[in-house]
Ligand binder design. Structure first.
Ligand code: DAH
Length: 347
């Protein structure tokens, strides 16, 4: 067989192979593969075109023409198949059953403590209070000294403190043990009269049980003006708790001690279950303990930069978890940070 005929035969054979292969191709990826296999740089076809340089001019023309027309044919074939494959779709696989119930979307919601905090903030803003904020990593001055608790003061032992490593030995760094630091922070930058609450996270270095956690929340209140008195405190507190528990709440104050208030009180509300008659929730006393309060000690005003004796104010610090527990009848403070969705989902 002449060289020319051999080449022609090879070209025709390639064409046949390509026809069958394209016929069988089932998807666009396969077509792209075939394109490389039959017409790519390393294909037999291109190999044959290279061999043309060894044949006579006459032969070159004939074989060249054939090669060209075969090339165009294969290209067209691939193109058409590619088009038909990408436009065809499997009706069975694409079938949509509109009667299948939709997937259940899991919906998130606010944490019970966040809800309580929002609720408290709403009630107080409706009474003309501002919401204030302060750092959780605090210095000794704002957490203790300015609140009338100097370094050697025994009252410092009332709160078990997480001390952080600090360079400054004179004013060490702590995780704040109460929200009372915000009293100082706020007064350093604002002048009376004002009324604020400051909800926030606090830390105590103590073992946890059903009523104690190392990390919990308080909300501080501070109202300062020329003639703020205990009557104002009782009225604001009574209004707030009645709104919060959505029922008429009575309040009671008992003498107590805090370095930052004078006089200081322990604050109780009438039992939210029995209203004061006595039940298991209030251990039959009719009252529930809420937290500490009092009239701001003048030393605290002075430490914040106010003149002694010019202003009067009341303050309190109540536990947020305690209020949430009373409102939702939760029996263990550790639920809040447990991460247990069975608990969280109930709110
Ligand atoms: N800071 C106190 C504590 O965490 C609570 C407290 C008591 C805050 C009396 C006050 C207050 O503002 O007047 O134990």
């Amino acid at each position: 067989m002449t060289n020319e005929n051999m080449l022609k035969e090879k070209i025709v054979k390639i064409k046949q192979e390509a026809l069958t292969a394209v016929e069988k191709a089932k998807n666009v990826e396969e077509i792209l593969q075939l394109e490389i296999q039959f017409l790519g740089r390393k294909s037999d076809f291109v190999g044959i075109l290279r061999q043309l340089k060894d044949v006579s001019v006459e032969e070159k023309r004939e074989v060249g023409q054939l090669a060209n027309s075969v090339k165009v044919e294969i290209q067209t074939l691939l193109e058409e198949k590619k088009k038909s494959l990408s436009s065809s779709f499997d009706a069975q696989a694409e079938k949509i059953d509109v009667t299948i119930p939709a997937l259940k979307m899991r919906q998130g919601h606010l944490h019970p403590l966040t809800k309580i905090q929002n609720e408290i903030e709403d009630i107080f803003t409706s009474m003309g209070f501002e919401i204030a904020d302060g750092p959780e990593v605090e210095d000794e001055f704002h957490n203790f000294d300015a609140l009338n608790m100097p370094k050697d003061h025994p009252a410092r032992d009332m709160q078990d403190t997480f001390w952080l490593k600090s360079e400054n030995k004179k004013n060490r760094i702590v995780l704040r043990t109460h929200t009372s630091n915000v009293q100082i922070r706020y007064m350093e930058t604002h002048q009376p009269p004002f009324r604020i609450i400051a909800p926030g996270r606090i830390y105590r270095n103590e073992a946890s049980d059903s009523t104690h956690e190392h990390t919990f929340h308080q909300f501080e209140a501070l109202v300062v003006g020329d003639e703020i008195n205990v009557g104002n405190f009782k009225f604001v507190a009574q209004q707030f708790f009645s709104k919060f528990f959505k029922k008429e709440i009575q309040i009671r104050i008992r003498p107590s001690f805090f370095p930052f208030t004078e006089p200081s009180f322990e604050f109780d509300i009438s039992c939210t279950i029995c209203g004061g008659k006595g039940c298991s929730a209030c251990k039959n006393v009719g009252w529930l303990e809420i937290g500490g309060a009092g009239m701001v000690n003048q030393n605290v005003f002075v430490a914040s930069g106010y003149p002694r004796g010019k202003y009067q104010g009341f303050a309190w610090g109540f536990g947020l978890e305690r209020l949430a527990m009373m409102k939702y009848k939760i029996d263990d403070i550790r639920h809040f940070h447990s991460g247990d969705l069975r608990f969280i989902k109930q709110f």
